[in-house]
Design a protein around this ligand. Structure first.
Ligand SMILES: *Cc1c(COP(=O)(O)O)cnc(C)c1O
Length: 376
């Protein structure tokens, strides 16, 4: 049993199994593939699997650079990784300098205001850790525009020095789609910027970037999704090991005749005499309501004794109804466990069934599950 396990497993109806050995193996594989240092993106509670177990396992394996989105997440990561460099992707908000200094954290600076504010703060607090400079090469979301960054390289050397910049980075907008011409444009734009800051180490690759032809690895990579078993190459077989599996128990079974309406608002109608199983999991557990199976639009799937069984009717807050007519009898009994994520139900399939992406499935994983950590 791991220190991070939920203590009261027997009183819960869902089980989330997190393979921290697979997480570490995925991190090692990406670093070896890139041929440079791989960091780890652990924002959004390590994509739902838990910042503390993820950062602890990766730190022990030798990971030295972590990226989170919020300052609050960085403070949690610092509590279990005393030596690592921890970057906050969402950057410096007014008045946060003190917390950065206190916890030895590194803001990712994305605008002239942030850079100036950090440079001024650092003059009074010279011991703070180096910051990163984010250049926006596609998304128009966060970061210096390429022209601004090039101007900074020409005319702003003093500010850059005063701010103590230790990393130059940019982020892909569509790296999971190898055919998107934006990738080559971003690679070229970032190459020009790194050439303007020859003394700065750089970072470009996210998960899919590791598999993108012609993408330089630079000093540090920033994988997130692939660490947790997501497929960084959605058009090809998944090269990563699965990290997350989710199971829930059958509470009740019933047989309904053809033409019977099922669930809130009767959105699914049985087309044949059907055996239905109601399981102990709903949208309050993070399974999106958009995975409801209606008469017109299919929804999510569960594996019952290995057989894919469709969700029927609306996903409720705490319950989902499955059509288990085709499942083996001994696997579709009260108290049996069914699989929601795992095996044939990889994150991409689950995401598609809920009209979203695997990333959102992961980051929505609920708080009611028994969490069991294996592989460490
Ligand atoms: C989320 C994020 C990453 C990781 O992206 P994945 O696709 O999950 O690998 C890397 N860099 C930045 C700036 C991010 O916001």
């Amino acid at each position: 049993m791991s220190a991070f396990d939920t203590p009261d497993a027997e009183i819960r109806g869902t089980l989330l199994t997190l393979d921290l050995g697979a997480l570490v193996a995925n991190w090692r594989m990406l670093g070896a593939r890139a041929g440079t240092e791989a960091g780890a993106v652990v924002k959004a509670d390590a994509y739902g699997i838990g910042i503390e177990p993820a950062v602890t396992a990766l730190s022990r394996a030798g990971c030295r650079s972590f990226f989170v989105a919020h300052l609050s997440e960085a403070i949690r990561a610092r509590a279990v990784a005393s030596e690592a460099t921890i970057y906050v992707l969402n950057g410096l908000l007014p008045g946060q300098g003190g917390a950065y200094a206190q916890h030895a954290l590194s803001p990712v600076l994305g605008s002239a205001e942030e850079l100036q504010e950090w440079a001024a703060f650092r003059q009074a607090n010279p011991a703070v850790r180096p910051a990163a400079l984010h250049v926006d090469t596609a998304m128009n979301r966060l970061g210096f525009a390429p022209g601004e960054a090039l101007a900074l390289a020409r005319e702003g050397a003093d500010t850059v020095r005063a701010a103590g910049i230790g990393l130059l980075m940019s982020h892909f907008a569509a790296s999971e789609d190898e055919a998107d011409p934006a990738n080559a444009r971003q690679i070229a734009a970032f190459a020009e910027i790194t050439a303007a800051f020859p003394e700065l180490p750089a970072s470009l690759m996210n998960s899919s970037g590791h598999f993108l032809k012609g993408c330089p690895a630079y000093r540090l990579t920033r994988p997130g999704y692939a660490l947790y078993g997501g497929n960084p190459t959605p058009d090809r077989a998944n090269p990563m090991q699965p990290v997350v599996s989710l199971q829930s128990r059958i509470i009740q079974l019933r047989v309904v005749e053809a033409e019977t309406q099922v669930g809130y608002n009767g959105r699914w109608t049985a087309k044949r005499r059907s055996r239905l199983a109601t399981i102990c999991l709903g949208y309050a557990d993070g399974y999106p309501r958009n995975a409801s199976g209606t008469d017109t639009v299919p929804g999510g799937t569960a594996l019952v004794g290995g057989v894919p069984c469709p969700f029927v009717g609306s996903v409720s807050m705490d319950l989902i109804i499955l059509d288990v007519t085709d499942a083996p009898d001994n696997a579709s009994r009260r108290g049996e466990w069914v699989t929601l994520i795992g095996g044939a139900l990889d994150l991409e399939t689950v995401g598609a069934g809920a009209k979203t992406i695997g990333y959102e499935i992961l980051t929505s994983l609920g708080r009611r599950h028994t969490r069991r950590h294996v592989g460490i």
